[in-house]
Design a protein around this ligand. Structure first.
Ligand SMILES: [Zn+2]
Ligand SMILES: [Zn+2]
Length: 732
């Protein structure tokens, strides 16, 4: 992206017409502004739209397509609120890059629709001048509480003075307490950069110094903060946050999952003396409104949030951190399809501020950018304190098979017995929810599948249900096979975490076990409880899906068992190997984080695979180099470009016909190949038929321009939905 590509700020004479962008899938539309109002890009207005009023933003010069007689007037909101210019430019950039209508991207920036409503002050009472004639003991207690001069609500005063609200109201009537209007929301405390600076080692100190000077220079640059789990990445980038605070600027820290924020907020408060503002989908409307306004006013100095926080109206952004930058959760797959890590880099460039990508296992794209010198590469090698990296051993499941139908091999069982015997903790990892991924009829071979998706139903035994993990469809496990009618022939195939827990309990009946999994049965609260219990040593063994792999610190955990290390490595998608490596590396990092050395045992059927060899020899970069070479040979990202077009709809024939029509219309262009249409991996999802086309282009091809002219040249059936995914990360 070149800065020149951004639209310059503009101003029109008062009363002229302007293009106004509404948070709808439309381009800007012409409106007239009241006389005396100068149209400036970013001015928030209320615009008539059919019978109702919509929020809108003055975006640019008018298109002139609307006749004078039909031109309607848009009015600025009270106080003339503006979206910052950087945010407007960012919205345009994301829209153009992802081929999303700009109005839909604006809708993400206007997530809090109530943000512009006037504040409703809170009414409170403080001690007045006059003293009442009649003083009861209760009245005296209330006045004693109010004597400090602070304003309190009626219930607050009543409670603190142990009096009834009627007593407080009596004092108000007598003029002994007077009304005070307080702002609707309590102000955000300012994090203190000098509150509790950490003791950094030499390597961390050097990295922190480089990051701090980048922040102080107000210059765009991207750094990869590359360090193993436990090497102090967070402590190090907190120093960059401290510098942004000293500079009077704002900082944004993106985390891949909300589940991680609780521990993170506490850590932040230990360093800066107060919690930062939070932004994610679990916030109430009221809290959303509070944070959005405080970010716009500059009062919220540090925001910790999920990917959508990237669209907040920062008044003076000075730093963006993307923690665990390799995580797939940064990719938004529905609505506007965008990658928050890549868009964070764009926002940093627009705001002229540094961007820090932190990871122990960077994405291959970031690794290539860092090793080629495009990004600064800051490495943290050693684990903090006495902790050393765990030893990783492979268990060849072709040889070490235990009893049939059992999933924990004899060597893993022995290691578990030793660990528990020593009074230490263990973790068993399996990236599969529920009891069993497949239910199969032993008589006729019928597989239980979802009626709305081309996917197996997963058994959740505690709930006695078969569940589709894609659409949420549920059914009771039937007593007889729906295909052949035989009873007692339906059998669970393969393990999920519940089944591993069951097997573990039969071997170690006295051990304390908890399951942590990201499904409805084990919701976020139960998962957090399981993780807390593990941290407090109230649990001996934690059995979980990838939710246990991330960000948690268990000092007494010395053994990690990976039940099936081959899971996810064979589905033929471009990033499957990279993802498997990242996930297993991260799980391994849980072991031996304090003084005691850790051991990781991985059960695999492919011990010779490059992923397994790299894990066992602790040679991360050997894996990355090999992966880089194979991507380079295939001209795959980051050495080439990809874009996917997904067609979906309830009318399967129409979807398939649209796929054929689209493929036929693909323009011939140098350096571009179009593959497909083919049925998507899940060719039926939530009742919708899905077909995919894939565009593979050489690195310098303008993929967006190609897609735009192609899609504009074909008229597809209205019932078929077209989703464009530039730089796809999932191939489902
Ligand atoms: Zn059957
Ligand atoms: Zn389904």
């Amino acid at each position: 992206m070149k800065d020149a590509a951004l639209k310059p700020a503009f101003s029109l004479a008062p009363g002229e017409r302007a293009g106004v962008l509404l948070p709808l899938p439309l381009p800007p539309y012409d409106y007239k502004l009241p006389s005396g109002v100068a149209a400036t890009r970013g001015l928030v207005v209320s615009a008539p739209l059919g019978p109702r009023e919509s929020l809108g933003v003055v975006w640019g010069k008018a298109e002139g397509a609307v006749g004078d007689n039909r031109l309607k007037e848009a009015t600025p909101l009270d106080g003339n609120p503006m979206l910052p210019a950087g945010l407007c430019d960012f919205v345009d950039w994301v829209a153009q890059y992802t081929l999303t209508p700009p109005g839909l991207v604006l809708a993400m920036a206007l997530r809090s629709r109530q943000a512009f409503e006037p504040e409703i002050p809170r009414i409170a009472y403080a001690k007045g001048e006059s003293t009442p004639k009649r003083l009861t003991p209760a009245r005296t207690r209330v006045l004693e509480i109010a004597a400090d001069g602070l304003a309190r609500s009626v219930p607050q005063l009543a409670e603190e003075a142990n009096a009834t609200p009627a007593v407080v109201r009596g004092l108000i009537d007598a003029g002994a307490l007077v009304e005070v209007a307080l702002p609707e929301f309590p102000p955000f405390a300012v994090p203190d950069p000098g509150f509790a600076p950490p003791k950094l080692d030499t390597e961390q100190d050097l990295a922190a110094h480089l990051l701090r000077s980048g922040v102080a220079a107000h210059r765009f640059a991207v750094s990869l903060l590359d360090g193993v789990t436990g090497s102090g990445k967070t402590e190090t980038y907190f120093e960059a946050v401290a510098e942004a605070l000293r500079q009077g600027r704002q900082a944004l820290i993106l985390l891949p999952e909300i589940a991680l924020t609780v521990q993170f907020l506490e850590r932040f408060a230990e360093r800066f003396g107060t919690r930062p503002a939070e932004w994610h989908s679990d916030l109430s409307q009221k809290e959303r409104r509070r944070v959005w306004r405080a970010v716009l006013s500059g009062e919220a100095r540090v925001v910790v949030g999920a990917r959508s926080a990237l669209f907040l109206p920062f008044a003076a952004l000075g730093l963006i951190i993307v923690d665990e930058e390799h995580e797939q959760a940064y990719k938004q797959e529905d609505g506007a399809v965008y990658h928050a890590r890549d868009m964070a880099v764009v926002r940093g460039r627009i705001e002229h501020c540094p961007v820090v990508l932190a990871s122990a296992t960077p994405s291959l794209e970031t690794y290539v950018n860092a090793t080629s010198g495009r990004y600064a590469h800051l490495k943290l090698h050693s684990r903090h304190g006495a902790a050393v990296m765990p030893e990783v051993r492979l268990i060849d499941m072709r040889e070490a098979r235990g009893d049939p139908g059992m999933f924990l091999s004899p060597p893993l069982r022995e290691a578990l017995a030793v660990t528990l015997g020593a009074g230490e903790q263990a973790m068993l990892f399996l990236n599969r929810r529920g009891y069993a991924p497949l239910t199969l009829c032993a008589a006729c071979g019928h597989k239980m599948t979802c009626p709305h998706c081309s996917a197996w139903l997963v058994e959740h035994r505690y709930r006695k249900r078969l569940v589709c993990h894609h659409c949420g469809f549920e059914t009771v496990t039937p007593p007889a096979c729906p295909q052949c009618g035989e009873t007692g022939t339906l059998a669970a195939c393969g393990p999920g975490v519940e089944r591993v827990a069951e097997e573990f309990k039969t071997i170690f009946p006295d051990a304390r076990v908890a399951i942590a999994s990201s499904d409805t049965m084990h919701g976020p609260l139960e998962t957090q409880a399981a993780i807390r219990a593990m941290a407090k040593r109230e649990t001996d063994v934690l059995i979980g899906t990838q939710i246990v792999a991330k960000g948690h610190h268990f000092p007494q955990l010395t053994l990690v068992g990976v039940v099936d290390a081959d899971l996810g490595g064979s589905d033929g998608d471009l990033r499957a190997r990279e993802r498997t490596f990242q996930m297993l590396h991260q799980v391994s990092g849980r072991a031996g984080r304090a003084e005691k050395p850790g051991l990781v045992l991985m059960q695999t059927r492919n011990p010779q695979d490059a992923v397994m060899r790299a894990l066992a020899s602790a040679d991360r970069d050997a894996f990355y180099e090999q992966e880089r070479k194979s991507r380079e040979e295939m001209r795959a990202p980051p050495f080439g470009r990809l874009a996917a077009i997904i067609l979906s709809g309830h009318d399967g024939d129409a979807v398939r016909a649209a796929g054929r029509d689209l493929a036929r219309a693909a323009p011939a262009a140098r350096g571009v190949k179009v593959w497909g249409p083919t049925p998507a991996f899940y060719s039926l999802l939530r009742g919708q038929t899905r077909e995919r086309l894939l565009v593979q282009a050489e690195k310098l091809v303008d993929v967006q321009a190609y897609l735009r002219s192609w899609l504009a040249s074909v008229k597809l059936a209205k019932s078929v939905r077209v989703t464009v995914d530039v730089d796809p990360v999932s191939f489902f």
